[in-house]
Design a protein around this ligand. Sequence first.
Ligand code: SF4
Ligand code: SF4
Length: 421
Amino acid sequence: MIKRSFFALSKPRLTYDLLEPNPDEPQTISLPDHLTLLLADTIDSTRPALIKKGDPVKKGQKLALYMDSTAYAISPVAGTIKSIENYSDDFGKIDTCITIAHDPEKASDIAPLDISEEISFAALHLQKLPGAPPFDILADENFNIRTIIITGAETDLLTTTSQYVTTSHIRDLEQGARILKQITNVSKICIALPETLNGNAPIDSLQVLQTGAVYPDTLPAMIMKDHLDMVLPAGKTPEDMGICFIRAEAVVSLARTFETKALGFDKHLTLVDKTGTRHRIKTAIGTPLSSIFKHLEIQVNDLDRIIIGGPMRGTAIFTTHHPVTPDMDTVVIQDREILPKISDTPCVNCGKCIQVCPASIQVNLLVRFLEVDQYEEAADKYDLDACIECGLCSYVCTSQIALGQYIRLGKHELRKLRADV
Ligand code: SF4
Ligand code: SF4
């Protein structure tokens, strides 16, 4: 089995967007009539459920399907459960979506939060804060987390969400980092910031890792290599190596929660419209994207593409009803007329994908195995596991092959195969 490390020479091509000086305040989207919460759990009609259609819910109420469910959502509003339905993710995994009819009359009905500085409390109640803090990982004794890296730098292009949250909430961020240290007992907490932002975000209490301006310098594997002198072995995650990454927004949310003794639900995100204009948004978790488009007067037509997560690493979704989630930083809308074409032209062996790959993968050979569903061979012979999912190979491909999609699907299928062994 070939186990190549992920880094090698890569040609600088794309630079991150930097936060403008004196950025505007975000536009606030008012609470919609209905909010939708996604839950990583599957409906089983043979089991007695904890919640059902028609149940009243309080603002801040924890919602789980069954007594032994670990997955949960938190209702951002008071109201009534309108529906509980299956929801299929990108790879066909069936999760659940809960739709809540918002009742403004019950707006003061907030469930009190009995704050505790235990990591188990954070994992049980605070994982759905804006920024999606990974308290499940931090609470998991199988991971020996020794370093936490707060990401104040963007991990995709066109967006500035993390930079904005960092610069506009520095004191909350520092306080959140102190709380994080207390509840996790992890002594080393750093923050990754773009070099140019550092002067605008003077953070005294944390070690600052200055990230480069060229994509994909801010991806976790690259930060580990450049700043911790650690190579992420193929098939391993940063957590496997004792490193946990957490969004700046999650750390700010933690500080706000401890200060107010109430959960927060306002999510910051950057929306890039069809003209390329960037909109800074603040809205409740669970808000359908259609409400944001309506507020911004963005017309979304059939076959326009909505991408969650940025142009290089994001995922296209099929409905404007998709809700804002705790980990959503960026939404991009592309007009159907200017969508990059995906072709069925065969590989012409131009070598561009190999030249640009930061993991030194022979992508042109790898994809041949993925195209015929030979996932184990793709991992054993052509380093599928070493891919850091930067998307650069798709970006440069002469034949416009959807290399990134093949790779993500291949990794997903490989995980399923290995789980079945
Ligand atoms: S997405 Fe493509 S370019 Fe990026 S690491 Fe994976 S194979 Fe290499
Ligand atoms: S960039 Fe595309 S066409 Fe060129 S070698 Fe790679 S897969 Fe083949």
